[in-house]
Design a protein around this ligand. Structure first.
Ligand code: BV8
Ligand code: ZN
Length: 266
């Protein structure tokens, strides 16, 4: 069956030394974690304004803490899917590989990806808004009694370690992401509607610096008109085929020594 991606993409990935990838909620959809803006997505019931911002949290901490407790349970029950695993395999084939994610579910790390750049934090971590003490699972249990979970040291409210609207992204993470986008030879944007900034600007930054940019998405994203290649399909189906094709192409051009311009055969 004809692959949904071009031979150009395969050959560029096969010879690239520097690759960067940006993922969004779409890559976790096949692990059963609802996306944000698709039909049935988690924003469908709540708008971002209601939940993912500090004002909403201070106005109704139990609601926001309860929403994240619900999402933590979904994440704990979820397992990485073939899309996550394919990116972990690709990382082992490329000398300089950076995985940048907007997701807060930690599934890339559980699939074996290393050095994941988390732009929007990670909902499995929580902290006190006053003294910033990291919360334990027991601290969060208080929520079950219908009262907001508070810091046992100072009584401050406990919040998830994620970036809400109107909040700055972690500086080190965003700087690492920008540097990776600037130096990438190939940039993949996977499973994101590309409407949230500054993350959505990274594929465009990569393109401005000469990268070949491809998106892998169920439906064309907001930046589909600005990338070199739009691959329509589910990440869990497309990415394993793409990595297999890159592996085959690498073998074709790898001399008998098994090492092609410093790349390792994964
Ligand atoms: C900031 C974390 C500086 C918590 C989230 C006007 C214009 C431009 C920007 C702005 C503006 N007004 C305000 C802003 C800034 C704002 C922003 O971008 N707003 C947008 C909505 C207009 N950004 C911010 O506030 C950021 N901070 O700018 O700081 C600053 C500071 C102070 C004052 C001013 C500025 C902070 C942004 C981070 C917000 N946090 N969540 C949590 O998760 O609860 S946002 C949320 O959206 C998630 O983080 C998520 O990662 C992100 C992006 O969503 P996606 O991942 O793309 O998911 P989505 O559902 O949208 O799309 C899924 C896609 O996958 C779809 O395309 C679908 O087709 C596809 N798909 C589905 N299944 C599959 C698939 N693809 C492949 N395979 C499948 N199986
Ligand atoms: Zn505290």
């Amino acid at each position: 069956m004809t692959p949904p991606f071009s031979d150009i993409l395969v050959r560029r990935l096969a010879r690239a030394r520097r690759v960067a990838v940006l993922t969004g909620a779409g890559i976790s959809a096949e692990s059963g974690i609802a996306t944000f803006r698709d039909p049935g997505g988690i924003w469908e019931k709540f708008s971002p304004e209601e939940l993912a911002n500090v004002r909403a949290f201070l106005r109704n901490p139990e609601l926001v803490q309860g929403w994240y407790a619900h999402r933590r349970r979904l994440v704990e029950q979820a397992v990485p899917n073939p899309g996550h695993e394919a990116l972990a395999a690709l990382e082992r084939m490329v000398p300089d590989f950076t995985l940048i994610t907007q997701n807060v579910d930690g599934l890339h790390q559980r699939a074996g990806s290393r050095g994941v750049v988390e732009l929007h934090g990670n909902l499995t971590r929580s902290y006190c808004i006053d003294c910033r003490r990291l919360a334990t699972a027991e601290d969060l249990d208080a929520l079950a009694e219908g009262v907001p979970a508070r810091c046992p040291d100072c009584g401050g409210l406990i919040r998830p370690d994620v970036v809400w609207f109107g909040e700055y992204l972690p500086v080190a993470a965003f700087e690492a992401a920008e540097a990776a986008a600037r130096r990438a030879e190939v940039f993949l944007s996977i499973g994101t509607s590309a409407v949230v900034y500054p993350a959505a600007g990274l594929p465009l930054l990569a393109r401005e610096h000469g990268a070949y940019v491809a998106e892998v998405n169920l439906t064309p994203s907001a930046i589909a008109g600005y990338v070199d290649e739009v691959v329509e399909g589910a990440a869990g189906a497309v990415l394993p085929r793409l990595v297999q094709a890159v592996r085959a192409a690498s073998r074709e051009t790898t001399p008998a020594s098994g090492v092609q311009n410093g790349r390792k055969e994964a």
